[in-house]
Design a protein around this ligand. Structure first.
Ligand code: THU
Length: 133
């Protein structure tokens, strides 16, 4: 699947964002090694701490369906759903990515001009927390 298509799927997922508190709407589309795609959107809550980010929801949905082999994630987001901001994954989502993905895992972000920026997890999160199981 090409990057543009994955970004489009993230934008589609953003339509389901439930973000009445921040009005910041995010969608994510996670490309699996088997070619499948799992999407997520941010879901907020009046108690705030139960909020979940789009990226983490996509990863957790995949893992809960026995899918743990990931290639890329596209992330689209912005205030009021305006897809203008460069929406980078938060630190918690980067830590979750590091649990299931190697440093070569790719994060695709749509920039202000519509161009797609590609970052590796190694670039965005070079020193994850780990401990020996
Ligand atoms: N959010 C995401 O969905 N992904 C991120 O990586 C950063 C933040 C959401 C959480 C919250 O609902 C809103 O954006 C504002 O922080």
């Amino acid at each position: 699947m090409d990057n543009e298509k994955l970004i489009d799927l993230a934008a589609e997922a953003m339509e389901n964002s439930y973000s009445p508190y921040s009005s910041f709407r995010v969608g994510a589309a996670l490309l699996l090694k088997n070619g499948g795609v799992v999407t997520g959107c941010n879901i907020e809550n009046s108690a705030y701490s139960p909020c979940i980010c789009a990226e983490r929801l996509a990863i957790f949905k995949a893992v809960s369906n026995s899918r743990k082999e990931f290639l890329k994630i596209a992330v689209v987001g912005g205030k009021n759903g305006e897809k203008a901001d460069l929406c980078l994954p938060c630190g918690v989502c980067r830590q979750v990515m590091s649990e299931f993905c190697g440093g070569e895992f790719i994060i695709l972000i749509r920039g202000q001009d519509g161009s797609v920026t590609e970052k590796s997890l190694q670039e965005l999160f070079p020193l994850p927390f780990v401990f020996n199981k």
